[in-house]
Design a protein around this ligand. Sequence first.
Ligand code: CA
Length: 593
Amino acid sequence: MPATKIAASGLTDVGLVREENQDAIYVDQDLGLYLVLDGMGGHAGGATASRTGREVIVDMMRHGLVQGREPAALLGEAIRAAGARIHLDANRNRELHGMGTTFVGIIVPHPNLAVIAHVGDSRAYVMRDQRLTRLTADHTVVAELVALGKLTPQEAHNHPHSSVLSRNLGGLPTTEVEFSQFEVLRGDRLLLCSDGLNGYATHGAIEKTLGGAQDPESAARDLVELAKRGGGGDNVSAVVIDIGPRPGDTIATSTLPQENGAQAWWRRRPLFMDVCQRMGLAQSSVAAGLEEAEAMEILAGSFCEAVYHDLENTTGVHVWTFADSLVSAWFAQDGAYLPIQELFDILRAGSLAVVKDVSQGDQNFGVCLEIALLRSLIVGEMVVGGQIGGQIQTINEELTSMEQASELPETTFSGNATIPFEDMQVSGASDPEVTLSLKLAFDATRKQLESDGHPTLRNILAATHASAEVFAGTEDLSNTARELYGTHLLTEQDLGPIINALDRCRDAHLHELLEQQEVSGEALSTAFARLSLAHQALFHAFSIVVVEAGRPTTDRLQELTEQTKNLRTKMANNEEQLSQPTVADMQPEDSES
Ligand code: CA
């Protein structure tokens, strides 16, 4: 059934009075088979009859459908076999004597066809255009007398034995099964139920409850609750089958998210964790000494939670705290920058996998979520940058004092090539050796990146070099940032490539600088500080452009969140109203004509 998507769910409940649930249900979307059976007779008989019936029918259907049997004929055969089997068991075992069961089943062999079979008073209904219609006639003695014209409906209504069944599965060795076909339409909601539902709730209440539920699962749950509020004097079962998306829902679900960004994110936590795990997060040296599961929880799990809280409150404070405590602990034990950078790369990849998944359902919503997530990630990286800036400053100070003691090891920087995000004191404004050093680094990097021919990389390189050459970091790089960003649209969804280009360029540029043997340690240190600040300034300018560009979309996200919140409140109010039973709800369904 590729064209029509079917969703189904069922629930059976002992009710409020009976001690045992003698109903049995079956829901199988793969087979397209849905059943409700209501057992009767003896102490153990009822439950045995309904379960045996279900077992025989499901078994035969499963095997027969695999062999390509015609579904309706197969179902008839299976029901009759079930009746024969129950009858046989009842005669063999004194305790089960007289047992039997009702049966109502639907198979959906084609996208637009339902075949309904029933025996007894379990029912099938269809909900179409918010109207509930019954599809089966009860097999009671009285109803069959009415059908034969021997009783009027009025007489039947007042008949003392109105609920005595005229047929069941198992009472006799053979059973007459009533079949009907029904053309289903997209948007139909089918209901199968035992008399524990329609005996304890009015037609109108069933209609209202079934029509008001979001999905089959909540519909089945609400109907069982409805029967209980009506007294719950019998076992109650409901199986609800949705044929395709409901026509009225089509627009609503594509423009209104069913959940806000935080919920969409949190629901995909397993996906996020899985991507992080596969990218080797637990093997990161930041996680050294931790068991894999522990590492996943501490690094990916807490990040995921922090993002959730930030999305929920539209702040960055949780990710900031996460990054701050993680990175300060890491640097406190002399950790290097690279593993932290790799860690954040993995977290970013996991986040973007979530965005991709969200976008498949709703592209606009995906774009909004991506902006919010990138903001979280930028906050995280800013924190890392700030911490690293502090580290570099410490090293600088150490260097200066060592310089004063005239023993300067040239390799000190190389293990910590990175981007500082804090202000640093930069000296030597017009030192030709610094200019030379920057020029050499620029040329070497340009050569290295040339093979890529990527205009973004060249732009970044030129802008940062020019900025570092003039002076450090204080240059206004917002025009360059706008140019970089200007070639991309928000709807392209993925700002990752630009951020990657920024990272790549920065790494290569600083690395080439540190390779230099030609200049003095002092000039190298100054050049490094300037270049670092230039990269910082560009990154900073870029994140401002992103945040600015994302403002309309984040406003939209907020607006959508507000709408979802209103819908929720509305639903909560409705539920509250429903939970106060009206007089009509208390009446059994006999008022139905
Ligand atoms: Ca019953």
